[in-house]
Design a protein around this ligand. Structure first.
Ligand SMILES: C[S@@+](CC[C@H](N)C(=O)[O-])C[C@H]1O[C@@H](n2cnc3c(N)ncnc32)[C@H](O)[C@@H]1O
Length: 279
């Protein structure tokens, strides 16, 4: 289940989560394809012009898809939220190969052509709160991936799964990021998890309180608050679901989206849980 209220404020989301280097993250994704992939094998089935093809699942503003399109790749962005896709289209910088945007569910979709590289980033997998939906997602991604292709999942590090540092809140300012240089200044106060959020010990689901407090020059402030289910996974839970899906041949657990990546169990440099899957 997604969080319609939170994500319908697509521009506020984009500002709130803009503290990332999308160029570096795409370099890392490309590195994963080069290092762990095997799409060049005869079984890959990709035409030479399609070897550089990228699918961003739960793409939101689609910043990664747009970065790859800017590099000349065939890029696809898929998301459930019409508002996110409308916003993604509105910020797209014209390129020779514009992103192909798809409205759809990441657990059940079919692209016209397979891709060599797919990614589900920024903990979007936490929207899939049942074992069945994760298995369906893995199978759907695999069936749209070339043989030897790579699927990268970025999740929170398992040591944050109990969310000890709640409430989780911060302020993002559009003026601190040159990406937003051409819009009127907007400040966004974000709450992603309140101290009294409920955790279900059987289903392992957090009911996460989210709030966006949007301050735009010359306009009344807007507050958007909602509660939505999220599930964060431990490595071996994911391993079991990956095995159950029978959709991938190899799995690597890494600790961050940097080159070279640390292993997940590297206590000094591991900050995220990055799962790399080869079809
Ligand atoms: C945390 S945002 C991530 C956006 C983007 N990947 C990024 O890195 O900023 C999660 C996105 O997942 C989308 N989403 C949630 N459930 C989905 C589903 N079942 N299928 C497709 N998209 C979904 C939401 O609409 C939202 O845009």
């Amino acid at each position: 289940m997604s969080s319609p209220e939170f994500y319908s404020n697509a521009q506020a989301y984009d500002i709130a989560f803009s503290d990332r280097n999308f160029v570096d993250e795409c370099n890392f994704l490309d590195y994963c394809l080069q290092t762990y992939g095997a799409v060049d094998s005869p079984r890959g089935g990709l035409s030479p012009g399609n070897r550089q093809s990228f699918l961003e699942l739960a793409c939101g503003p689609g910043r990664h898809a747009q970065e790859f399109a800017g590099r000349g790749w065939r890029a696809v962005g898929l998301d459930l939220s019409p508002e996110m896709l409308e916003y993604a289209r509105s910020i797209e910088v014209p390129t020779n190969r514009p992103v192909s945007w798809h409205a759809g569910d990441m657990c059940d979709f079919t692209l016209d052509e397979p891709v060599s590289l797919a990614a589900n980033l920024m903990e979007s997998l936490s929207h899939l709160t049942t074992n069945e939906s994760v298995v369906n997602h893995l199978r759907a991604v695999s069936s749209n991936l070339a043989s030897g292709g790579i699927f990268v999942i970025e999740m929170a590090h398992p040591d944050t799964i109990w969310r000890d540092s709640l409430p989780n809140s911060w302020r993002s300012k559009s003026t601190e990021n040159p990406t937003f240089g051409n819009i009127p200044p907007i400040d966004v106060d974000v709450l992603f998890g309140a101290a009294d959020d409920h955790y279900d010990w059987v289903d392992q689901i957090w009911t996460v309180t989210t709030r966006l407090d949007i301050h735009e020059d010359g306009k009344p402030s807007r507050v958007v608050e909602s509660k939505y289910p999220h599930r964060w996974y431990q490595a071996q839970e994911l391993r079991a679901l990956i095995d159950l899906s029978e959709a991938f041949s190899k799995t690597w657990f890494l600790g961050n989206m940097v080159i070279p990546p640390p292993r997940l169990d590297n206590s000094e440099n591991s900050q995220r849980m990055v799962v790399v899957l080869r079809k």
